[in-house]
Design a protein around this ligand. Structure first.
Ligand code: KE4
Length: 430
């Protein structure tokens, strides 16, 4: 496969950008080889600078649920730009998208727009601390909530892949207020709550995890956290930056029937533009400046172009519930095909799957938390990643990332991925 232009661009990029990329996981460090530089994308396909085409199973890490370059989103942005790119003043678009989000996400009565998932989670924790007057919060090993200092403590996603679970630069003072529990371990959470009585402001988690690969909540886990937070006056925060608008129009909380006090959002909400948001119960959100004392701000928050893209995306999703049944069918067919190949090749690798999220783990353990996820043979995954890339399938360049499907995948693409998967497994295990 000719990737000459990508290679040249990468060596040029490394002169001016740390690691040659603007986000670490893109550097392919966990899978070897140089990253591809993408020139364009359309529907289910990415095209690199050497005009190689790839079927997309990461979709910009989630946002492209309707496939790349969706006409409604594109036209909305083009129209918005004609009126100017940023005003730093309130606009009608912000009202319409806020109203739509409040109508779609069960737990959100008021919502504040920001510019990334990281900003959303950092702000949500600050608001929960302001609302409760408490300092500590609980997060789960293997969950990733962006690169805010207080989250980079045994983080998942890029931080874990980079092998630096505790990032330098995070102070011990900050780390002290972050308590850690294994994902799906309710008794560990109960012990932390007992040991830090009345000191815990929030519990934050990915209701369906994607940042250690796709890991589902055990039966009763989310319900148990809900009950514990009710008893202890702790703010339950669902970080739905990945799962929001993906697992259903109302996210994981609607699909799984557990309502948090606050929700953080990103990715799909911006239709590919830089947008994040946090929201929740009115009585909590009224602590946010300028209504309340908890300060949070942003020059480009609610940017008119980004709001236009996000509104067009969310409108599509709220008005076309058939999107989710198509994703359900696509995910089911793809995962079935992968499992059939594992059986045929007598391989006991684990596949975790829910709707349009799935991961093939190179371990025979049931993957239910960070420890079991880390039992994977990451070197073998790296070979698998490269074998799939050479067969025109673009996966997340890390074992510890969920894959995300789009409605642009049709029978042809599903069949191609299933065949590429079987041939790749044969190749790397021969
Ligand atoms: P951003 O700041 O990257 O927009 O969002 C941070 C974030 C927060 N919460 C969850 C559950 C997330 O998955 C993320 C970001 N996800 C990663 C992919 N695992 C972004 C990819 C990257 O870091 O380049």
């Amino acid at each position: 496969m000719n990737i000459k232009n990508s290679k040249n661009l990468f060596s040029q990029a490394k002169q001016f950008i740390p690691g040659g990329v603007n986000s670490p996981v893109r550097a392919f460090k966990a899978v070897g080889g140089d990253p591809l530089f993408i020139k364009s994308a359309n529907g289910a396909y990415l095209y690199d600078e050497d005009d190689n085409a790839y079927i997309e199973l990461i979709n910009s890490w989630g946002p492209m649920i309707l496939g790349h370059n969706h006409p409604d989103v594109r036209e909305a942005v083009v129209k918005a730009i004609a009126g100017g790119t940023s005003f730093g003043a309130p606009t009608a678009r912000e009202v319409e998208i806020a109203e739509l989000i409040c109508s779609m996400v069960p737990s959100i009565e008021k919502v504040r727009m920001v510019n990334s998932g990281t900003e959303a989670t950092m702000s949500a924790i600050r608001v929960a601390r302001g609302y409760t007057g408490r300092d500590k919060f609980i997060k789960f090993e293997g969950n990733y909530h962006g690169h805010g200092d207080s989250f980079l403590i045994a983080a998942g996603s890029g931080a874990m892949t980079m092998g630096t679970p505790n990032s330098p630069g995070v102070t011990t003072g900050t780390a002290m207020d972050t308590l850690l529990a294994p994902y799906n371990d309710l008794s560990a959470v109960k012990s932390l709550v007992e040991a830090n009585k009345d000191e815990i402001a929030a519990i934050i988690l990915e209701p369906v995890a994607g940042n250690m690969g796709c890991v589902l909540p055990a039966p009763g886990f989310l319900e148990g956290l809900r009950g514990l937070c009710d008893e202890e006056g702790i703010v339950l925060i669902f970080d739905e930056v990945m799962t929001g608008f993906r697992l259903s129009a109302g996210g994981a909380q609607e699909l799984l029937g557990v309502k948090p006090d606050m929700t953080t959002l990103g990715k799909i909400i911006g239709g590919g533009m830089p947008v994040g948001a946090y929201g929740g119960r009115k009585e909590i959100m009224e602590y946010v400046s300028p209504d309340g004392p908890v300060y949070q701000a942003g020059t480009l928050s609610g940017n008119p172009m980004a709001m236009a893209a996000g509104f067009a995306m969310l409108k599509q999703l709220s008005e076309h519930p058939e999107v989710y049944s198509k994703l359900e069918t696509t995910g089911g067919k793809l995962v079935e095909g992968i499992k059939d190949s594992l059986k045929k090749l007598n391989l006991s690798f684990t596949v975790n799957h829910l709707g349009s999220m799935y991961s093939l783990f190179f371990t025979d353990l049931k993957v239910k938390d960070l420890t079991t996820a880390q039992s994977c043979d990451t070197a073998l995954f790296g070979k698998y990643f490269q074998a799939m890339l050479h067969r025109g399938v673009y996966l997340a360049p890390s074992q510890f990332e969920s894959l995300f499907l789009s409605t642009a995948l049709e029978e042809k693409e599903i069949a191609h991925v299933i065949e590429a998967n079987e041939d790749s497994l044969k190749e790397i295990l021969s």
